[in-house]
Design a binder for this molecule. Structure first.
Ligand SMILES: Cc1cc2nc3c(=O)[nH]c(=O)nc-3n(C[C@H](O)[C@H](O)[C@H](O)COP(=O)(O)OP(=O)(O)OC[C@H]3O[C@@H](n4cnc5c(N)ncnc54)[C@H](O)[C@@H]3O)c2cc1C
Length: 395
């Protein structure tokens, strides 16, 4: 059966892209009365937002000057509220929890990075504690002492441990299902399998969005007062059709999912860019990596071996439980690490919310609230100027 949608009237907002960013914006705007549609060329909520780990590192407790920290801080506050709101609306538990984060630094380079990180945490008022091996083992008995040794010296005295109590996680596939269900409850029209999507513009106004629907037939057109692009890693090719360049590019991350009978530890375990994320049902995610390989979404044996070696070097039990799944996703990398949030100049009714790189699940709540304020012509809670589309690295 094809998607049912109303082509006879105008939407207040059409969001292109049904990942966590597009769905969050749609839900936020529909909650406050707008008639919204979300158009995706594939299935909603199945790209990077599904592939991610759902780690939500703690936000600043004081006033943050840095625009990224402001985004993190607002998101941190909003995630707790959104988990409750989504549960009330949909009865879906997204497993949002302040599970805490353990940071391990075994190499000299990682120890130096973590010490710099501690200074940053202090400046932001993020509480952390240096931990001893005994504290680590009482919290995470499945991590074995010999496995926590610096591989070159076999001594745990050269390993640094830090604990951040306020680090959180959300089970992102469930968060997406909840967002989708919330959108449906709020009357958002969700259009999937919209192929060969194009934007028709007249001067500085986007007039309509055309696409070929999932069932063979004529092209259809959607008309909306505002159009917001939330197309993740694929934003560059779409914008190119409008003659606009962005600094957004795909960065592949590979993942593994192991199945324990019950969670081997309760917190997120981090070391550099690698992590293990325990879910409540005993599944443990192991990730990840940053690979610039274009739009190629597959797993490589080499990376699967590296992830398994790393995880089992900390938690040898991993070698004895089934590897349930492996996958990869394309993060929307941005050239300066900042997402693009704001108006899609030169179009006065076009908007962009893309390029969240490793943080889109985290920053999705703040993005939704700020984008709604911006699109309504209100002053956003956080100044969006540093996130503008044309900021020196793009033309
Ligand atoms: C391995 C991995 C681990 C991660 N871990 C974390 C984490 O722990 N914490 C965190 O905060 N973030 C994490 N991320 C990053 C996060 O997942 C992304 O930043 C976020 O999902 C981006 O959301 P999005 O909605 O912009 O993109 P996506 O989820 O990729 O959605 C984009 C959507 O746009 C659609 N689309 C694209 N082009 C078109 C078109 N032309 N027409 C119509 N539709 C189109 C796609 O089909 C897709 O559904 C991780 C990512 C990966 C890959």
């Amino acid at each position: 059966m094809g998607t049912q949608y109303d082509l006879t009237s105008k939407y207040d907002l059409a969001v292109i892209g049904g990942g966590v960013i597009g769905l969050s914006i749609a839900a936020q705007c529909a909650k406050n009365g707008w008639r919204v549609c979300v158009i995706d060329r594939d299935r909603i909520g199945k790209e990077s937002s599904w592939a991610g780990a759902g780690i939500l590192p703690a936000g600043a407790s004081g006033l943050a000057d840095d625009p990224i920290e402001q985004l993190r801080q607002l998101s941190d506050t909003l995630h707790a509220q959104w988990a409750e709101w989504l549960y009330e609306l949909t009865r879906i538990d997204t497993e949002y929890q302040r599970c805490g984060g353990l940071y391990i630094a075994r190499s000299p380079a990682e120890r130096a990075t973590m010490r710099a990180n501690c200074l940053w945490w202090q400046e932001l008022g993020i509480e952390y504690e240096p931990w001893s091996i005994d504290q680590v083992l009482s919290r995470c008995p499945m991590l074995e002492p010999q496995s926590l040794a610096d591989p070159s010296t076999q001594s745990t005295s050269r390993v640094d441990f830090y604990w951040v109590q306020r680090d959180a996680q959300v089970r992102n596939p469930r968060h997406l299902i909840a967002l989708k269900a919330a959108c449906q409850t709020l009357g958002v029209c969700l259009i999937e399998q919209a192929k060969e999507l194009s934007l028709q513009a007249d001067g500085t106004s986007i007039q309509s969005i055309a696409f070929t629907p999932d069932e063979p037939g004529n092209r259809v057109k959607i008309v909306a007062d505002r159009v917001c692009l939330a197309t993740g890693a694929w934003t560059g090719p779409l914008l190119k059709t409008l003659g606009i360049e962005t600094g957004i590019y795909p960065v592949r991350g590979q993942m593994q999912l192991y199945r324990f009978d019950r969670p081997p530890f309760a917190c997120v375990v981090n070391e550099g860019h690698r992590y293990m994320v325990p879910r409540k049902d005993g599944r443990v995610l192991v990730g990840s990596c940053e690979e610039e390989v274009g739009f190629h979404k597959e797993n490589t044996q080499e990376m699967m071996d590296q992830l398994a070696d790393w995880a089992s070097s900390l938690c040898p039990m991993i070698r004895r439980v089934p590897l349930e799944m492996q996958w990869s996703g394309l993060r929307p990398g941005s050239i300066d690490g900042f997402p693009y949030l704001g108006t899609l100049h030169p179009y006065t009714n076009g908007y962009i919310a893309a390029g969240h790189f490793r943080h889109g699940l985290h920053w999705s709540t703040a993005t939704a609230v700020l984008m709604e304020q911006h699109m309504r012509g209100q002053k956003p809670l956080i100044d969006l100027e540093p996130f503008r589309l044309h900021r020196g690295n793009v033309s």
